[in-house]
Design a protein around this ligand. Structure first.
Ligand SMILES: Nc1ncnc2c1ncn2[C@@H]1O[C@H](COP(=O)(O)OP(=O)(O)O)[C@@H](O)[C@H]1O
Ligand SMILES: [Mg+2]
Length: 512
């Protein structure tokens, strides 16, 4: 790009000095750095903004290659001596190592200066520090890639949900008629036909599963964010898969940061993410013959909480790392993977303002990292209420009303862990008697009770003891048919985790 220049000559003595002073003034006030070096690379002159390397007055006479990062040095020497040989300057980037060991990225342009004999005697090097500019460009690139991914997902989501709903009706037909056929005498007596129908039914079931995955993937509902303890959620996710893991010989190692602040998150959605990652890890470890280890780690980093799920499987081939979050990308055999787990997880984590990425572990295996920002968690002080022992102020009494013996047993145990003393009632009549006679800080009441439902009992209790209006928690095993709309009290859906129980009780009881 740059052409050779010949050292200025001619003009009167005074005017050369004057011109020189002007040029110096210009060079020393540029934001770019300017250095003049001899044909061996030794510095003859440096502008003051070289001060980031050393005292600029000490630089003349030093070797300009010394400050270049060792990995870039030979390449830069080659370019420099090519300029000296040919007189053609080139622009290039390289790293410079400062005295304190920090590394800067520099962009330089060499300009050959020929002496009177026509050979290159000096090189003028004009440089600029592009470290920040490069970093900003990289951030921009990553952001664009993320946006691209998000847009692709949302466009695809719309198409998919339409198709999935269209498929559900014929599938219902296929499966329903298969079941009718299976009850038919002529089929029941013909084992070959029976087997064929069962195969059709099973294949339809497979389609149903794919459609279900697709609909979850396409469902564009906003996360319902509530204060959430991630450690408890991880424990639940591990427990959900305990059976599979133990049958496949997977050892789980937990390293959960004890004072993790709560985050605002949709419990159900995040659980889906963690379960996806754990299922993938188990799939990946299937061929491992030695010990299979799944490690789950949580950490608090600057403004975020980070969850790492690591396996000791074969890891992810480099060429796949950038593709695994794409919808339908799967390396699993036909019928085993839908390739939607990770793109679904990606969508959920993005909706939570977080990041998810994968990396290979040096010793072998893959690690998935999820980072969720710690935002304003309402009313819950950091580090409290992780569903662990002693979270409620001591001395508070709770009445548990349920006709299921094992639920009573479970809740009594849990209340002990939470610092609460508990009393029980197995039917509405006993509950009414106890409420009339005793002082309870909270009543945890099942909806479906013999004789009188939990909502009616609530109405009665509020009339008898108005203070219970803000101290009632309903439990329900139904998925929506119970009429809970006109009761304004927290509802705990069965089956519940201990953390969910603590969360529900936390909304009416005083914490420690
Ligand atoms: N822990 C892991 N180790 C190695 N590869 C993985 C791991 N998790 C995911 N992958 C790769 O990412 C792909 C996509 O995963 P996912 O979106 O969950 O779809 P699926 O599990 O249905 O294949 C997998 O097929 C696999 O190739
Ligand atoms: Mg998967």
């Amino acid at each position: 790009m740059a052409d050779e220049k010949t050292a200025a000559s001619g003009g009167g003595r005074g005017s050369i000095e004057e011109t020189g002073a002007y040029f110096r003034l210009i060079a020393e006030n540029l934001t770019d750095m300017v250095a003049l070096v001899d044909a061996s690379g030794r510095r003859l002159y440096c502008t003051p903004n070289y001060g980031f390397l050393d005292d600029p007055s000490r630089l003349p006479g030093t070797d300009s290659f010394n400050d270049i990062h060792p990995e870039d040095r030979e390449r830069i020497k080659d370019i420099f001596f090519e300029t000296v040989r040919t007189g053609k300057g080139r622009s290039t980037q390289y790293r410079m190592v400062l005295k304190d060991g920090s590394v800067r990225r520099i962009q330089s342009q060499g300009v050959a200066i020929k002496g009177p004999d026509g050979s290159v005697s000096k090189v003028l090097v004009v440089s600029r520090d592009v470290t920040e500019m490069n970093a900003a460009a990289e951030r921009q690139k990553a952001l664009e890639a993320q946006l691209f991914q998000a847009e692709k997902l949302s466009a695809l989501g719309k198409t998919i949900s339409g198709v999935a709903h269209e498929l559900n009706n014929p599938l219902t037909g296929i499966m329903g008629f298969c079941q009718l056929l299976l009850r038919d005498d002529s089929i029941q007596n013909n084992s070959r036909h029976r087997e064929d129908v069962i195969t059709i039914f099973k294949e339809a079931e497979r389609c149903q599963k794919i459609v279900r995955d697709l609909t979850t993937f396409a469902r564009k509902h906003k996360p319902e964010k509530k204060p959430l303890g991630v450690n408890g959620l991880l424990e639940d996710s591990i427990n959900l898969q305990e059976y599979q893991m133990s049958t496949h010989g997977v050892k789980v190692e937990k390293d959960l940061c004890p004072d993790l602040p709560k985050i605002m998150a949709d419990r159900h959605q995040l659980q889906q993410v963690f379960v996806n990652l754990m299922v993938n890890a188990q799939d990946a470890m299937r061929p491992v013959s030695g010990g299979k280890t799944l490690s789950v780690r949580t950490r608090k980093t600057d403004g975020t909480i980070r969850v790492e799920i690591t396996d000791n499987g074969p890891g992810i081939p480099e060429e796949n790392l950038s593709r695994i979050f794409e919808p339908f990308f799967t390396t699993k055999e036909v019928g085993k993977g839908t390739g939607l787990g990770l793109s679904l997880s990606y969508g959920i984590v993005s909706e939570h303002g977080g990041r998810i990425w994968a990396e290979n572990v040096p010793g072998g295996g893959a690690r998935f990292c999820v980072e969720i920002p710690i935002t304003d968690v309402r009313d819950i002080p950091a580090g409290k209420g992780e569903g662990r022992a002693g979270v409620f102020r001591e001395g508070q009494r709770i009445l548990i009303v349920d006709d299921e013996e094992q639920i009573i047993k479970l809740v009594v145990r849990a209340c002990g862990l939470l610092n609460l003393s508990s009393d029980t009632a197995r039917d509405p009549a006993t509950a009414r008697r106890k409420i009339a006679a005793g002082n309870y800080d909270c009543v945890l009441c099942d909806y479906r009770l013999p004789g009188q439902n939990g909502a009616e009992l609530f109405q009665w209790a509020v009339a008898a003891r108005p203070e219970l209006k803000k101290a009632w928690v309903l439990m329900t095993g139904s998925t929506g048919s119970d009429d809970l709309d006109d009761i304004c009290c927290p509802v705990l859906k069965k089956p519940f985790s201990l953390e969910a129980l603590e969360e529900a009780l936390g909304s009416v009881l005083k914490r420690a």
